[in-house]
Design a protein around this ligand. Structure first.
Ligand code: SAM
Length: 237
């Protein structure tokens, strides 16, 4: 799921021709012979399938996804934030058409009412890298505050136990939604991307977290905290 440095060149700005578009008749992103990384393909397809009117990308980096989504779905409001001024400068050069839609935002900070809400909030290769104390939990809680309907996590599912974390945040009152529904978007016929919705949605229900790419069954990270036990010898499961 994480992109290696060589793959970054693939974080392509889509040349939107009649080969790349969301086909509403079959409810599917069509890319023809264009190369679209599976992570990006999944996000763009989810936005089309869920038919949202606004989208916010957490950790938007150079803004390729903002631009691609803007071109694919011109009727959808597309915005994003990144904590790095350097990345935002880069975005301005690389994707000037969406520069106004990108803001400085550290998603691990206390929630700000100045942050714009969106029906769908997503991250791609961002939360997986946040490993300091409970910072990634702050980030997740903030994403749910920003999201009116959906949170899409296109992340390395072995880096954090995302479903357990969201459940714990919800149970602890950190997520204002009445309920959280775990869905999955498939790519290449396999479970690929985690989608959490406020109401049940048309995507398949998540059956098994460990079918998601790189989710590790043996990892301590993927066990609920309640199953961990601190002993004099250290933590055991
Ligand atoms: C691996 S890049 C991914 C960029 C973009 N999502 C993409 O797929 O092209 C991770 C991005 O997350 C941003 N980031 C890291 N921690 C963040 C935080 N706490 N709040 C907002 N952005 C953050 C970084 O500055 C960087 O631009």
């Amino acid at each position: 799921m994480a992109l290696s440095s060589s793959e970054w060149t693939w974080t392509a700005i889509l040349a939107l021709t009649n080969r790349v578009y969301y086909d509403r008749d079959v409810a599917e992103l069509k890319v023809g012979d264009a190369f679209v990384h599976p992570n990006h393909h999944s996000i763009y397809d989810i936005v089309g399938k869920l038919g949202v009117t606004s989208v916010f990308e957490v950790g938007c980096g150079g803004g390729d996804h903002l631009r691609n989504l803007h071109l694919l779905y011109p009727e959808t409001t597309v915005r994003g934030g990144d904590r790095s001024t350097e990345q935002l400068r880069f975005l301005k050069q690389r994707n000037p058409e969406v520069a106004e839609q990108a803001m400085l935002q550290d998603i691990t900070m206390p929630f700000s009412t100045q942050w714009p809400k969106a029906e769908l909030v997503y991250s791609q290769a961002v939360i997986m890298h946040i490993k300091t104390a409970v910072s990634h939990l702050n980030a997740l809680a903030n994403m749910f505050k920003l999201a009116e309907k959906y949170v899409v996590l296109m992340e390395n599912y072995g880096c954090h136990p995302f479903v357990d974390d969201v459940k714990r945040l919800h149970e602890g009152g950190h997520i204002g939604w009445n309920d959280v529904h775990f869905h999955v978007h498939h790519h290449g016929g396999r479970p690929y991307c985690l989608v959490v919705s406020k109401e049940p949605c048309l995507l398949a229900l998540l059956d098994d977290y460990f079918e998601l790419p790189l989710a590790k069954k043996n990892s301590l990270l993927n066990r609920p905290l309640s199953l961990r036990c601190r002993t004099a010898e250290g933590e055991r499961v």
